[in-house]
Design a protein around this ligand. Structure first.
Ligand code: ADP
Ligand code: MG
Length: 568
């Protein structure tokens, strides 16, 4: 292995030369307390910055092994270290040292969630931070002195401040790990209590804004659970917690406009992830099989069986293998449900704000005016209870606008000035007093869920001279070869690094499991089994530090939205 003096010599030698000479620093260098891997060197100061890893021996890092003794603890521990690294950046890094990205140092440390990511990873022996560095230049001329400052002044301090226990507040790192472990435990316990979600007493649900996921401060009203829905858990670290349990079955969230219905549902959507201490949603946990459903007109649909909801389309269009390049509100919402059922989702989360009205309701008067034979849509209200009876798929539904759902709800929660009240009994009494004359159009059963198998021709990752060009343009867009995938309506996608992984995941699926798997679901499950064993690094033939684990639902959702998708 090279020493850090070797690196210093190279930098001195290439100082003032053309940018390409930076390629010479690729390699591994031993520093006092860590090894530095310079894996990939950028081609010019404006290109994607240079990828670097700093590795320390776990023994020397000095963390108590209890902090990373289990899988979930490892994930949270890595997450904590990446955040420490980022926090140190502001204090340590000078920043601009020339043109383009010259002087930049950055790490992919995540937002409000604690996701499995590869910004900081560890095995039994070492702990490694992966970050990027903008190698400094003026024009295309190497600024070797500036580079030395980065490598010999800044990076050692960053490593010292993030990867060594002595630099940390012991209680903060422990809290980070323990809170993640508690959330994981809570989520795992939900099925035993036949719950689909839990919202802990005192949770802070509202966020600062639609584009700022941090907790609303200082005027947020803490969540208080209604007595009737109170449940209790004994968590491994925090001990006893109480809060509201949302039971399996059909749950309605009702209440006046602006009373906090959507805010509650959004928190439940995000409860499939663990949250950092201070987020306010640390004690919100949702069944991992929960998926947000919404209307998405204009989307592409490839041979989805939407016949449980849609039949007798004009011109005799097939709804067992329904395809369109331009779905309507109702057909898109039906397809979104059926595709997630195909992936064996266990809980549907639906908000009236983002639903197609004609998909959700069809009242007595409309039934009289427009005969069933003339309406292709079977409204969700006539399927939601059958979905639970037949498939054991629960639904949590925000519905302030129609009382027709009272008849099919098992639980009704009313949001009243941000406070939930259990109004199941009252709603049932009202439903009896004002018995609806509407007719159940849903038939005896929910209907069939049909699995699809994608054709390999659907996936072409090449673009121009590149055989594989897969890129995430922000959180919501993947460029897969020449195909643009729009993920705007996959609302449980939370991190750009998940989006990156999804693009690569699709490619991995086509390379490893598309042929051997009879269905999309099985193929993706095999990919996820590989991921369990090999980690996120399996997705690329070289090291990066900006991948985070996606859920199987969002991967499938991305494939389903590819306009090039063809299935058997
Ligand atoms: P609804 O869906 O019932 O119309 P929303 O959930 O959209 O209502 O909430 C309306 C507004 O109230 C939002 O701006 C939201 O941030 C805010 N809000 C929601 N819950 C709380 C709370 N617990 N404390 C303070 N503000 C809240
Ligand atoms: Mg709303």
């Amino acid at each position: 292995m090279n020493t850090k003096e070797d690196l210093r010599h190279i930098l001195a030698r290439i100082d003032g030369r053309g940018y390409k000479a930076y390629k010479d620093i690729k390699g591994v260098y031993r520093f006092e307390t860590f090894d530095l891997f310079i894996d990939h060197v950028q081609g010019d100061p404006f290109a994607a910055p240079t990828r670097v890893r700093a590795r320390v021996l776990l023994d020397r890092a000095g963390f108590p092994s209890s902090l990373h003794s289990k899988e979930i603890r490892k994930i949270a521990f890595g997450d904590y270290n990446a955040r420490q690294f980022r926090r140190a950046l502001a204090a340590v890094v000078k920043g601009k040292r020339g043109m383009g990205k010259s002087g930049l140092i950055d790490i992919d440390s995540g937002g409000q969630e604690i996701l499995e990511r590869n910004a900081v990873v560890l095995d039994d022996h070492w702990l490694e931070a992966r970050f990027v560095v903008g190698l400094p230049a003026m024009g295309r001329t190497i600024l070797g002195r500036e580079a030395m400052e980065i490598f010999f002044k800044e990076i050692p301090v960053l490593v010292d401040k993030s990867l060594f226990y002595r630099s940390h507040d012991p209680s903060a790192v422990r809290a980070h790990v323990e809170v993640a472990e508690d959330q994981e435990y809570l989520r795992a316990m939900l099925p035993q209590k036949r719950l689909v979600a839990f919202i802990g007493d005192g949770a802070i649900l509202p966020r600062r804004s639609g584009v700022d996921d941090r907790p609303l401060e200082p005027n947020a009203i803490p969540f208080r659970y209604p007595r009737e829905l109170g449940v209790e858990f004994e968590l491994p670290n925090r001990g006893r917690v109480t809060g509201m349990g949302i039971p399996e079955g059909v749950t309605l969230i009702v209440g006046g406009g602006f009373h906090g219905k959507s805010t509650l549902l959004n928190a439940i959507e995000r409860g499939v992830y663990n949250h950092i201490p201070g987020d306010g949603r640390e004690m919100v946990a949702t069944h991992p099989g929960a998926v947000k459903i919404r209307a998405e007109d204009g989307r592409n649909i490839e041979k989805v069986n939407i016949s449980p909801f849609i039949n007798n389309l004009p011109l005799g269009k097939d709804t067992v293998k329904f395809s369109t390049e331009n779905a309507s509100g109702s057909t898109s919402q039906a397809a979104n449900i059926m595709e997630f059922l195909e992936m064996e989702a266990r809980v549907l989360l639906i908000d009236e704000d983002t639903s197609a009205t004609n998909f959700m309701v069809r009242d007595e008067r409309m039934q009289e005016l427009v005969a069933k034979e003339k309406e292709p849509i079977t409204p969700f209200v006539d399927k939601v209870q059958k979905l639970y009876q037949d498939l054991k798929v629960s639904t949590v539904l925000v519905m302030g606008g129609s009382g027709d759902y009272f008849d099919v709800a098992d639980t009704v929660i009313m949001m009243d000035g941000y406070k939930p009240r259990c109004v199941t009994q009252v709603a049932k009494e009202i439903a009896e007093r004002h018995a609806t004359k509407r007719i159940d159009e849903g038939g005896m059963t929910f209907g069939e869920v049909t699995s699809r198998r994608p054709r390999i021709e659907s996936f072409n990752p090449s673009k121009g001279r590149k055989e594989v060009k897969i890129e995430a343009k922000g959180l919501r867009t993947i460029l897969y070869g020449r195909t643009t995938i729009d993920l705007s309506y996959l609302e449980q996608l939370v991190d750009w690094s998940q989006t990156r992984s999804i693009g690569l995941f699709i490619h991995y699926y086509t390379q490893h499991h598309i042929h051997g798997s009879p269905t999309l679901r099985e193929g993706l499950e095999r990919c996820f089994q590989d991921l369990e064993k090999k980690g996120l690094d399996m997705l690329l033939p070289y090291w990066v530090g900006n991948l985070a684990k996606p859920r199987i639902y969002e991967v499938a959702g991305a494939i389903s939205r590819m306009r090039t998708l063809r299935t058997h």
